[in-house]
Write a new protein. Structure first.
Length: 150
């Protein structure tokens, strides 16, 4: 009966979205729900994200953060999360060009978080799925992931 059903990329994972634009944050939350996310926490800025991450009940797997936000940008958030949650997986995203994305990727690698990638907006299932699979591989949770090449 499950011949048309394969495991969803985000199945069982807990995500934190950090995006200052509410509309974009809500769209991404819906996208993650369609990918099978077990929980999606939302924060409008870095300070709120750190509060959610500090709550043991959230037990986050992956943080998806915008780069450009007022107060604390995505790279500053990566540093702060790395100090308190080393090894936490992070996906940075931005509407900036490819050169800026590469610079973000390089700078975020200096933090203690596990940088899965830096993506251009808008995020899509096709852009997120390989990064989620990389998280599962790094954390040894591949059993619930969709088969490679699917």
């Amino acid at each position: 009966m499950s011949q048309t059903h394969t495991a969803l990329p985000g199945q069982g994972l807990r995500f934190l979205l950090v995006e200052d634009h509410e509309f974009q944050r809500r769209l991404l939350a819906r996208l993650l729900a369609t990918l099978g996310a077990a929980a999606v926490y939302e924060a409008a800025d870095g300070a709120a994200a750190l509060e959610i991450a500090a709550d043991p009940a959230s037990a986050l797997d992956i943080v998806i953060s915008d780069l450009s936000m007022p107060g604390m940008n995505g790279l500053q958030l990566a540093d702060a999360l790395g100090a308190t949650h080393p090894g936490l997986s992070l996906i940075l995203c931005s509407a900036l060009g490819p050169k800026m994305l590469e610079t973000m990727r390089t700078m975020a690698c200096a933090s203690e978080v596990r940088l899965l990638g830096a993506l251009a907006k808008p995020l899509t299932p096709a852009s997120l799925a390989p990064l989620i699979a990389a998280h599962r591989q790094a954390c040894g949770t591949a059993a619930a992931a969709a088969p490679a090449g699917a």
